[in-house]
Design a protein. Structure first.
Length: 403
């Protein structure tokens, strides 16, 4: 959905012109808002607070207040409650009754979720997340922390989306962003939030230092990009969600065989990753590149045999000759394997990842190479005999016409 359309929806609600909702749609609306707040606060409790990552939101602002000389007497969760209540008051004054009621619900659910996760999650689990975050040889930003930061930022951005797309706020800095937008409709909500986040982050220089602030800027940037992307993809017609549009677009552009290939590849990817990880634990070479190559080769040979059979018969329903299609398949498999090895080696060199994180890098790399593999298999490897014969006849007809 275009930003202007979304902003118009928000402003119509602010001006008291919100559309009448049925009881079922209201239940769905508040359920989605609640879901967004639960995942948002879960990411805060599990990642941002333990690692001291400040992203410029209410929780980050509360973390900063808990460390400043004049406000350090109260703990983080107490400041979260106070700041959230003040933002709810601003929402009532400037954004109108409908958004305020939904935001009041957000306030209760958000504070309850944060305090619930703070109390219920064992300290040992939080400590384990911190230890995982500092895995890796990179002294600046360990690979573990980088992965946790990215995932948490995406989750937080998604949580904000569920609130804003249902005519509510998370009673965070998005409340101030909506107020600014009401004053000037040219100000996009997502980018206004990012600017506010940066201002809060600058306040954290005293308490957290430059490194945490820079990490916070990266976190807020990923969060804002996630929110902006989801808002842009929001369905323009009633009842059409981002998932509906994504599914329809996938089938239209790629075809149903892409879905089947995804299922086939997921099965074989699990086999491939399990063998790769097992080989990585068993081998002990001085050169990491050689170890990665052997593990990749072994895993790819076994998983590719299984993948070939499934793809030929179930995914593409091809009648291409076995010998010819298998030769083409393994030419492609060799190319994908070499690219996977090269890219993983480069990423390991720059990140210092090992163990499960090295396997995670391979997973991300293979996801990107999957798109290349799909089109190559469809257009070349498993091209049906009838299709090739038709193309040959069409070529001969064109040549005869030119003569």
């Amino acid at each position: 959905m275009r930003d202007n359309d979304f902003n118009d929806d928000i402003m119509n609600t602010v001006d008291g012109e919100s559309k009448t909702r049925t009881a079922a749609s209201q239940i769905r609306r508040y359920a989605l808002i609640g879901f967004g707040l639960v995942i948002l606060n879960f990411a805060y409790v599990m990642v941002t607070v333990p690692h001291g990552i400040i992203n410029g939101g209410v929780t980050s602002f509360s973390m900063i207040l808990s460390r400043l000389p004049l406000t350090e007497l109260l703990p983080v969760n107490a400041w979260v409650t106070i700041v959230t209540a003040l933002l709810a008051l601003l929402c009532f004054v400037f954004l109108g009754r409908d958004i305020f009621i939904a935001s009041l619900y957000s306030c209760v659910v958000g504070v309850a979720a944060f305090n619930f996760f703070t109390l219920i999650i064992p300290k040992g689990v939080i400590d384990a997340m911190v230890r995982i975050g500092y895995m890796g040889d990179n002294p600046v930003i360990p690979i573990g922390m980088a992965v946790e930061l990215i995932l948490a930022a995406i989750i937080v951005g998604t949580g904000y989306y569920f609130c804003l797309s249902n005519d509510s706020t998370a009673v965070g800095m998005d409340t101030i962003a909506l107020i600014l937008h009401k004053r000037n409709e040219k100000i996009p909500v997502a980018y206004a939030m990012y600017a506010i986040n940066i201002l809060v982050l600058l306040l954290g220089l005293y308490a957290y230092g430059l490194r945490c602030v820079l990490m916070g800027i990266a976190f807020a940037g990923i969060q804002a990009l996630t929110l902006h992307t989801l808002l842009k993809c929001r369905g323009e017609e009633d009842g059409i969600t981002i998932l509906d549009k994504a599914r329809a677009l996938m089938v239209f552009v790629l075809g149903a065989d892409f879905i089947r290939l995804a299922v086939s590849s997921c099965i074989c990817m699990v086999i491939d990753l399990a063998i790769f990880h097992g080989m990585g634990m068993a081998l002990d070479f001085e050169r990491a590149a050689l170890e990665i190559f052997i593990a990749t080769l072994t895993a790819r040979i076994i998983s590719s045999l299984i993948n070939y059979v499934i793809n030929r018969k179930w995914v593409f329903d091809s009648n291409a000759a076995v010998g010819k299609s298998m030769l083409r398949y393994y030419i492609l498999a060799a190319f994908i394997m070499l690219m996977s090895w090269l890219l993983v080696t480069i990423l390991v060199h720059f990140t210092g990842a090992d163990g499960i994180y090295r396997t995670g890098l391979k997973f991300c790399t293979d996801c990107c190479l999957f798109i290349v593999s799909y089109f190559t298999q469809k257009k070349w490897v498993f091209k049906s005999t009838e299709t090739e014969d038709t193309e040959v006849k069409n070529t001969e007809t064109i040549e005869d016409t030119e003569k």
